[in-house]
Write a protein that binds this ligand. Structure first.
Ligand code: URA
Length: 436
């Protein structure tokens, strides 16, 4: 087999065999295929696409390129959740304890943030002492003992995806449906859960800007998951404004605590309840989404989900006082109000710009090497549909000395992210579709 012939075959729109795909993935991972040939291959996939069979084979080759977690020592049906990435998306922090409080084991690996989107692991590391790495034995022990463990993704999980993603990032080949679907699903399959719930974001702050594209991506991923023998469900949710009020790291953990204490923003809480309901449905614990939603709501109202969250944070070394009094997580030197420069109803809030604003305050990474300021970020005082008068406070900007020079442009980005109209705004549906 020759890489040259495989590139030419894909370039000419022919279907690749399972063996040819395995040759590409394994050869590139072992550094036998050079970057320039892999770049040409990825660009030909970008233009020609992949058949369902090719996408599944590409996913399986990447999933099998490193460690595949064996979760069989954990009792019960294991469920995982994945978001395609958004701004202010702290759902995993909330959902894990909610589901674990219903006695469904949560053994989760999460990633770090890059660019305008944050990562669950970075957010958890804003709690002093919290450990995001542990041995596989301890990971499994913790899940068996308290029902939940959440760690960072190791370099050994789907290493082929890691290498391919890095190349896609610099060759303008990230935005390809089969490449995104296989990249996400390779990691989810290697992480070992029996049931996977995907939160596919759709809107101005997401990869997929419209419902059609989001549904197409969701369908590809659901098909891959089910073909691989894992029950997979995708929920398409709105990302035309940041999720909840907080955007940052510590600030998002604080907001997660608010939701778990039953005082969270309505749409964020609702999204957690719905995703959790599908997780319970996927594991067979409930027979309907409505029953799942009832259980999820009850996990918050009874205080069990917040208790589970505290137990989980302490088990991984986090300082208890920061969850008991989560406002300690937002301790920046500066906190400036941001004022509206228009009057009107908020039509949408460009989540991407808010994410970039938070990044330049130190809350996100511009490059993989960037360090983070855990207490920096934004708190939105107004959301889509609200009526705002010129000069009214629309948000708060938190930052520290090293980023002081960036604060004016971060505030400008935040302010310009708000789009107004004169007439009242029709509420945007939170859940756009569900693919089962
Ligand atoms: N997230 C991933 O893990 N992979 C992609 O290709 C896009 C988003």
């Amino acid at each position: 087999m020759r890489m040259y012939d495989i590139i030419a075959k894909k370039r000419d729109g022919q279907e690749l065999s399972k063996e040819e795909i395995a040759y590409v993935v394994n050869g590139f991972t072992k550094e036998e295929i050079p970057d320039y040939q892999m770049s040409a291959f990825l660009m030909s996939v970008y233009f020609r696409g992949m058949t369902k069979e090719e996408t599944l084979n590409f996913t399986m080759s990447m999933a099998n390129s490193g460690d595949c977690l064996d979760l069989s020592k954990i009792q019960g049906v294991k469920c995982d959740k994945h978001s395609t990435g958004g701004v202010g998306d702290k759902v995993s922090l909330i959902l894990g304890p909610m589901v674990a409080a219903c006695n469904i084991p949560v053994a989760k690996m999460s990633g770090r943030g890059l660019g305008h989107t944050g990562g669950t692991i970075d957010k958890l590391e804003s709690i002093p002492g919290f450990q995001t790495t542990m041995s596989q034995e301890r990971f499994i022990d913790q899940v068996n003992h308290i029902g939940i463990a959440l760690v960072g993704q190791t370099a050994h999980l789907a290493p082929a995806d890691k290498k391919i993603y890095a190349l896609r990032d610099v060759t303008a080949t990230v935005e390809s449906m089969p490449l995104i679907a296989s990249s996400i699903m390779s990691k989810k399959l290697a992480a070992g859960a029996d049931t996977i719930v995907l939160d596919v974001k759709c809107g101005n702050g997401a990869f997929m800007k419209n419902k059609e594209d989001a549904c197409a991506l969701a369908k590809e991923m659901v098909q891959i998951g089910n073909q691989a023998g894992r029950k997979t469900i995708a929920v398409i949710s709105d990302m035309n404004e940041p999720l909840g009020y907080g955007v940052g790291n510590g600030i998002e953990v604080m907001e997660a605590c608010h939701v778990l204490q039953g005082k969270g923003e309505k749409r964020l809480t609702k999204l957690c309840v719905i995703l959790g309901a599908y997780m319970l449905l996927g594991t067979g614990l409930v027979k309907s989404v409505d029953e799942g939603m009832e259980k999820m709501t009850e996990s918050i109202e009874s205080g069990k989900a917040f208790e589970k969250f505290k137990q989980f944070i302490v088990a991984q070394g986090g300082e208890f006082s920061y969850v008991e009094n989560s406002s300690k997580l937002v301790s920046s030197t500066y906190c400036d109000e941001i004022f509206a420069d228009e009057t009107g109803y908020i039509k949408e809030i460009m989540a991407y710009d808010v994410g970039i604003g938070a990044m330049i305050l130190g809350a996100g990474r511009e490059t993989k090497e960037s360090s983070l300021d855990y207490s920096a970020g934004f708190w939105l005082k107004k959301k889509t549909g609200d009526y705002v008068k010129k000069g009214e406070c629309i948000g708060i900007c938190y930052y520290n000395e090293p980023y002081k020079n960036n604060a004016p442009s971060a505030k400008e980005k935040f302010k310009n992210a708000f789009i107004y109209q004169e007439t009242p705004v029709q509420p945007v549906k939170l859940i756009k579709d569900v693919i089962e």
